[in-house]
Design a protein around this ligand. Structure first.
Ligand SMILES: Cc1cc2nc3c(=O)[nH]c(=O)nc-3n(C[C@H](O)[C@H](O)[C@H](O)COP(=O)(O)OP(=O)(O)OC[C@H]3O[C@@H](n4cnc5c(N)ncnc54)[C@H](O)[C@@H]3O)c2cc1C
Length: 413
């Protein structure tokens, strides 16, 4: 049995928050280092998958998540002419399953409340270096912290600590990114669906119901607009009026929601990376969340994987007899799950965000038929729900979780 450890967690995003809670609850002494002076959510909303929801259930946080989030039953994508490109329903896997759209602020607050009082958060501290053999940290002011028995780098997709573990197999910024923001849901006709519209792969709009957040009872949608990173500045100087006309030309039903966007500053721009590591740990240092495996958000898995990493690391530290063995076991378990998502994210992202018109035409012609083939349908649904494991395996969801999810859903309706 591994005894009580002194653990440093670098980064107070979803991975860092979940790890801090789980490890402190197991009796470890946990200190969190976050570079932001006032830690908080960045961006609009996301889709939690059954895999991520199962972790929240294990943490006892599913009721609070369900109280704020918006159940999502279907992902539907179409062209502006109304031709369906993608249509997937969780019910194709199990009638009791669904995703949960959430505001970033809602999950952040829920996790922050669970963490309060059980460990220390050092905000405004940017960790520059970790001495993996001794477990000491050096921050941007040159201060040294530690030693710690274990240092968890959960410093996000642009992780600077990742390279201190091993050289990356891939680490590159995608040429395309997104603008996104929250808008009031209003009379939006699809309150339980993630809806998307595509113009080839050059333009893409996403509307995801994300429910409410603590202190704000207005149900909202997360609005997503794809564009090349190199166009961010041009977009800002272009002015909102002509951009709004462009968006409404693609999707006229957005008029009411877009009416709430009065300033370009209401939209946050996001860029993302494709990064994967051969090795997730070295000495006392281990990676988690986007620091370990960063991918584009097309498959909607990053937050879920951050939660799954946290649970897997906690379990490995419970089950193994040394920290070294626990880190090896954690890497084995999580890489087995993450690999297929990396593969698909790498190949599918250009189908939705690129200038490759031919590739987009193939996508438009093939996605629906592929989704109707018996083998293809199950694979696509498992990829969507986060439950695909390798090419042939399944990540099992616990019967107790599925029953709890169905019961919370029923109690809301
Ligand atoms: C547009 C967009 C849409 C997305 N949609 C979805 C979705 O629908 N579903 C989904 O599951 N995922 C989605 N994702 C992905 C998801 O947001 C990420 O995978 C997830 O937030 C990763 O969490 P993390 O904790 O690993 O990293 P982060 O949330 O990035 O947290 C890292 C933290 O570390 C801190 N930090 C960084 N460097 C240092 C340092 N040196 N010292 C101290 N602190 C540091 C940062 O300030 C930050 O607080 C989306 C992403 C984008 C961009």
């Amino acid at each position: 049995m591994i005894g009580r450890l002194n653990i440093a967690v670098v980064g107070y995003g979803t991975a860092g928050q979940a790890l801090a809670i789980l490890l402190a609850r197991d009796g470890h002494a946990v200190e969190v280092f976050e570079r932001a002076a006032s830690p908080g959510p960045v961006g609009a909303g996301f889709l939690l998958q059954p895999t991520g929801l199962q972790v929240l259930w294990q943490m006892g946080l599913l009721p609070a998540a369900m109280a704020h989030g918006a159940p999502v039953d279907r992902l539907y994508g179409e062209t502006p002419a109304g031709r369906a490109v993608m249509d997937m329903r969780y019910a194709g896997l199990d009638a009791r399953l669904h995703g949960l759209g959430m505001q970033r602020g809602a999950l952040f607050t829920l996790l922050a409340e669970a963490w309060e009082g059980i460990g220390e958060l050092r905000h405004g501290t940017c960790v520059e270096q970790v001495e993996a053999e001794t477990g000491r940290l050096v921050d941007a002011e040159g201060r040294r912290h530690g030693p710690y028995d274990l240092v968890i780098a959960a410093d996000g997709s642009a992780s600077r600590l990742r390279a201190q573990v091993s050289t990356g197999r891939v680490d590159r910024v995608y040429p395309w990114g997104a603008l996104w923001c929250l808008v009031p849901r209003g009379e939006w006709p699809w309150p339980a669906q993630l809806r998307q519209r595509y113009v080839a792969a050059r333009k893409m709009i996403g509307m995801l119901p994300v429910g409410t957040r603590p202190g704000d009872t207005t149900p909202r949608l997360s609005f997503f607009w794809s564009l090349p990173r190199s166009d961010f500045d041009a977009w800002r100087s272009r002015g909102l009026a002509s951009w709004r006309d462009e968006v409404l030309g693609i999707w006229p039903q957005l008029a009411a929601q877009l009416g709430h966007i009065a300033e370009p500053t209401q939209l946050t721009h996001a860029s993302y990376r494709d990064a994967s590591q051969r090795q997730w740990h070295r000495g006392r240092l281990v990676l988690a969340g986007d620091a370990a495996h960063s991918m584009s958000p097309q498959l909607g898995q990053g937050v879920n994987m951050a939660l799954m990493d946290a649970m897997a690391l906690r379990d490995a530290l419970r089950d193994e007899s040394s920290v070294g063995a626990a880190l090896a076991s954690y890497q084995r378990v999580r890489r087995r799950h993450v690999a297929i998502y990396h593969f698909w994210s790498h190949w599918l992202t250009p189908l939705f965000q690129s200038e490759h018109d031919t590739v987009a035409r193939i996508r438009d012609a093939s996605f629906l038929p592929l989704g109707r083939l018996p083998g293809g349908r199950g694979h696509m649904l498992r990829i969507l729900s986060g439950t695909q494991q390798g090419w042939l395996g399944k990540h099992a969801l616990q019967p107790g979780f599925i029953a709890a999810l169905a019961a919370y859903r029923a109690s809301r309706e």
